[in-house]
Each structure stands twice: as C-alpha cells, then as structure tokens.
Design a protein around this ligand. Sequence first.
Ligand SMILES: Cc1ncc(COP(=O)(O)O)c(C=O)c1O
Length: 397
Amino acid sequence: MSTVQASTSSKDLVPLSVPSLRGNEWAYLKACLDTNWVSSVGPFVDRFEQDLAAYVGAAHAVATVNGTAALHTALLVAGVQPDDEVAVSTLSFIAPANAVRYVGAWPVFIDVEPDYWQMDPRQLATFLTERCRWANGRLVNRKTGRRVKAILPVHVLGHPCEMDPILELARRYELVVIEDATESLGATYRGTKVGHLGDIGCFSFNGNKIITTGGGGMLLTDRAEWAMRAKYLTTQAKDDPDEYVHHEVGYNYRLTNLQAAVGCAQLEQLEDAITAKRRVAQRYTEVLAGIPGLTLMREASWAKSVFWIFTVVVDEELYGMDSRRLIQALGRGGIQAQPVWQPLHESRAHQGAEVVGGEVAHRLFQQAVRLPSSVSLTPAQQDRVIDGLCNRSGGRT
Ligand SMILES: Cc1ncc(COP(=O)(O)O)c(C=O)c1O
C-alpha cells in the first residue's frame, strides 16, 4: 500500500479490501472491558465458535490466533507426519504451504484450472493416479517414496474449488481433505458451504478478509475427537485444569475474547457483506465485459461465489498494456490494485517442491489484476476504478 499512499492522500485512496466495522463491535468490546474478559477464554470465544460452526454447518469449531495457526493445527490433528506429502493448490497465499512445512511434511503443488482458477481436479488425479502407487494400505509417491496423506484445496478469491472429484480421489486413496476456505467464507459448492466439504475447514479473519477479528482464525470439523485435540494443542497441551502438567509440546494459538467479540459482531454482518461483494462484482462484470483484452472472474454454475476480491486477467496485446503497468497506472490515481500470488512452486521458499502442471497459475501470476472490492466501496469509488480500466489510466480523481 505504501507506493499508492505516497502519491495520494488517504482520503482519495481506493483500497483493495478494508474492514467494514459497522455493527456491534464497539458494544461487544465494551462488554469485554466491563467484565474483565479480555484474554484467551471468555463468552465471546465460545459464542464465536458456536456461531461460525452453525453458519458453516459443522459440528465443532476451535478458534485460533490466526488462519495459519488453524491450518497448522488442522494438519497436526489430521495426523500428517514429518516426511508425509500434502497436495496443495499452487495458486494461493503462501500460508497453507508453510503450514505443511511446520509439521515437517512436504507440499506437492497442484495447478489450478483455467476457468475459475481453483485447484484442478484433473491435475490432482494425474498426481495421485499416475505419479503415486498404492502399497501396503498407503499411497506412496513413486519418485520420493513418501506417503501422501492429505489434500489441501484452497478456495481462492471467493470461489469454491470443484470438490466432488477431489473428494472422490480422497475417498479412493484414503486421504484427509483439509480445506483452506479463508477467502471464501459464505461461498457454497452445490449448496454446501465451503469449510464443510472435507474433513476439516480452516478460516482466517485477518484485516482484508470478508469478516475480520483484526487477526484470528478458526478450524471446523464434524469429528469431536479432532476438535478436542485441536483445543488441547492450541492451549499449550495442558493436561490438568489446575496443575501445569503437560504430556506433549503444544502451542499458544488461542484467540482472545476481545478478538472474538469483534468476530461475533462481524458475523452478524456477514450476509450483508456478501451481498455487497456480489453487487460490486456484478457492476464490474456489466461494465468491463466489453473491454478487449480483459477476461473477468466468473462464477461456476455449481457455485455461489462471495467474490472476495474481483479479479481480471489482462491480455497485453489486446488491452494495450500489461498487468503491472496497469497496476502502476491505477496506483498513480490512488487506486490500489494487486497481482495474484506468485505460484508457490515458483517461490524460493518452497524451492524444489514437486509440481503438477503449473502453467495456468504461472499465466495468472503474469496477467491477473485484483481490483478494489471492499464491502464499503462506494459507487463513486467504483466509477474511478472503472474509469481507470477503460482509459488505461489512474481514472478521474
Ligand atoms: C488462503 C489463505 N490462507 C491462509 C491465510 C493466512 O491467514 P492468517 O494471516 O490469519 O494467518 C490467508 C491470508 O492471510 C489466506 O489468504
């Protein structure tokens, strides 16, 4: 954000995605302060867990200090061991791949499909059926000799992955499915909410997500024993309620009551937030559809997307400008636009990791531009973005 802010006063800035805190946040925070419940237990933590579980349709929820901690905990409770392998979407923020490394396992990166930019079930099938073999009741990567234990699809940019073939492969090879549903809270796949399609669903509530707690996360599952273990591990693996007795190394990963208070207030506004995001997306779609060289984000017939951040793909030749120059031009006019993530198989952080495909994610990294999509985006602000895209400039200011 710094380069954009340098040329524009914050009043004129059209940010990519900022929180909208317009409900009971103040009242619930005041209740925490008035009652002294400010730390990692308290009524709002319980309520946030219950309300989110009910919303997504899961039986159990465990709040965590952030989304990365939720993913790390999910991998631990799912029994992913050091030197196991986990199939992860390559087009994603880096957190899920890092979490795989935290447990000493290895990500195998799976390309995304070209239509909705989510984990490609065909590439996943190529990996599991052609590059692995079933031996002694476990799936083993032929090249590395390691056990494949889990699939970690990431529902990016507000849209679900095509889950039926992914779940079918998981059933066939007895793999655990951990969804990273962070960017798509409220989205549905064939009527079921993301985060409740696999064995465990994980969410983040950092500042740019559809609802925020400042920082925070949640792990959801129908399995009571996994939820209990997640609570145990996220609370320093404390084995006695009164005495400080520990049989295992745990983590200090709990969410505070203050953060959960904000989360409860935010959850009350989630449906309005989704409506706002979808309205923003609809307007971009209507107005930008005719511009040569721009391919717009779409919604599959089997999905309801929450359009977390509206994204366009720029064909330099047809549009007359490449994605990075467009981002710079918009930035000069105070409009914050961003590329998507470097494909994880290309990142130095995960150098040497196996990849299946990767060309689609590579092209999207070169060409995709994420546009301002805040819940609070005004029609006038959106006009500026649209103007900027139509004129290949920073738009009217
Ligand atoms: C897909 C995805 N997973 C995980 C995370 C990590 O969440 P956190 O920042 O709360 O650790 C993010 C974003 O921050 C994300 O976009």
